[in-house]
Design a protein around this ligand. Structure first.
Ligand code: GLU
Ligand code: MG
Length: 451
């Protein structure tokens, strides 16, 4: 879409303000809105933002990182292909943006530019990644006393739950259709008030942009219905958490052939798929810092029999394995077989999560790694000796361990680049320090409202 077409579409939608959105280092979606009368100019030149904003944690505390002080601006420049209306608020639309530095080049702290860099690296190997985030979220009502309580108590997959949420789900799906996201499945999930609605896969940049649109739209439509939707990884401590498993497949450059799948091969996986998978497992403790980045993320992982995965294991249709080989649709395996990364939750920055996933997989391909034998049981039921013999490691058990695992992994640190890695670690270790001093209630409240 050209800039003129964006302005025209914004006018057709009656938009007065157009949000220029980005996802920050901490995973929070932020932005600045531009009035329709100056949109044409700002689409070209972007809007200025202080560089230090990428040093905020989820408590809005600025971290003192080198070169991220009060001096300096970056430009938030929209990708015109991401224009979408926001029908849940009056007269607004939105675009997702790149950060450009003062020379007009990609800024080292820009998550979107980083993802583009890793998409290009995959492309030079003839590969296109097609991911989709499979989001879970919790619907809550606010009591007159200001408490957030589950919207309903319906059982998982229940028809009663579908009826309870029908008005909201209908409005939500209609909004996605209008925004150009393809809705695939919906069901009431296992926890009270928990829902799952899936969106069709797309190329990696579009999938990350879709995740921004998804989080914003779910929360916006819920709010229009007088309810609160939360993507906090664990909004209710003793109930199932919210995952955002990443399903992905690898395609040739023309998106004609799923290069993961070979019907003749063991478990249907090509050597390329096995190497990519092995790279993901090899770097998984560090990757978890990107896919499960918040303090609250670690209340979700490591819960027995909660299907969140706690170990670096893989297996065909194994929902306690960190990577599940998801079987395809009958007669369409070539198109639909995919890998599902399960230690992922919706508090992640989707650009960084996908950049990390691609970088880990590429490392596996370049080094021709092999993932070893799949696990056909819950890896938690294996003995320590058994897991050790199979090379299965425990994932980080808290936010700090995850950041240390990231710092200890040169491939993943390199994948982020020196500057972004430094800010990422500073932001998340500051959250660890802040939340571990506080009560669980404080932690839940903040994650519940920010995500
Ligand atoms: N709620 C689980 C999670 O936190 C996933 C349940 C499922 O397999 O859909 O990842
Ligand atoms: Mg689910």
């Amino acid at each position: 879409m050209t800039r003129d077409e964006v302005v025209q579409r914004a006018r057709e939608h009656g938009a007065r303000f157009i949000r220029f959105l980005y996802c920050d280092t901490a995973g929070v979606i932020r932005g600045k809105a531009v009035h329709i009368d100056i949109l044409g100019d700002r689409l070209r030149n972007g809007v200025g933002l202080p560089i230090a904003l990428q040093g905020l944690n989820i408590l809005d505390q600025l971290q003192p990182v080198e070169n991220l002080g009060p001096v300096g601006e970056v430009r938030l420049v929209p990708d015109t292909s991401t224009f979408h209306a926001l029908p849940y608020v009056p007269h607004q639309a939105a675009l997702t943006c790149d950060f450009l530095d003062s020379d007009g080049g990609p800024w080292a702290l820009d998550p979107r530019s980083l993802l583009r860099y890793h998409i290009d690296r995959a492309a030079t190997r003839g590969l296109g990644v097609q991911p989709a985030f499979e989001n879970e979220f919790t619907l809550l009502n606010r009591t007159p006393e200001g408490q957030y309580v589950p919207f309903d108590q319906s059982p998982t997959y229940s028809a009663a739950g579908m009826t309870n949420a029908a008005g909201f789900i209908d409005d939500l799906s209609a909004t996605f259709e209008m925004q150009g996201l393809t809705v695939e499945h919906y069901h009431p999930e296992a926890g009270p008030g928990q829902q799952e609605l899936t969106i069709r896969h797309a190329d990696a940049m579009r999938a990350a942009d879709n995740q921004i649109i998804f989080r914003e739209t779910v929360r916006g439509v819920a709010s229009k219905h007088g309810i609160h939707a939360s993507f906090a990884p664990k909004p209710i401590t003793d109930q199932p958490g919210n995952g955002a498993h990443i399903h992905f497949s690898l395609w040739d450059a023309g998106f004609n052939r799923n290069r993961l799948y070979d019907p003749e091969a063991l478990y249907g996986l090509t050597p390329l798929a096995r190497s990519f998978l092995a790279g993901v497992l090899a770097h998984l403790p560090a990757l978890t810092a990107l896919t499960c980045p918040t303090y609250n993320s670690y209340r979700r992982l490591h819960q027995p029999r909660s299907w969140t995965s706690a170990f670096t294991a893989w297996g065909p249709d194994n929902r306690e394995a960190a990577v599940r080989v998801a079987s395809g649709l009958w007669g369409a395996d070539g198109r639909t077989v995919n890998l599902e990364l399960r230690p992922v939750d919706p508090s992640c920055n989707p650009y960084l999560a996908l950049a990390g996933l691609i970088a880990a997989g590429i490392d596996g391909i370049d080094k021709e790694l092999d993932p070893g034998e799949p696990v056909q049981v819950d890896p938690a039921t294996l003995s320590n000796e058994d897991r050790e013999a199979r090379g299965i490691r425990l994932l980080p058990t808290n936010q700090m361990e995850a950041m240390l695992a990231l710092r200890a992994d040169p491939v993943m640190m390199n994948a982020l680049g020196h500057e972004l890695a430094a800010v990422y670690l500073a932001v998340h270790t500051s959250e660890y320090a802040a939340f571990r001093r506080e009560t669980a209630g404080f932690e839940i409240q903040h994650h519940l409202l920010k995500f």
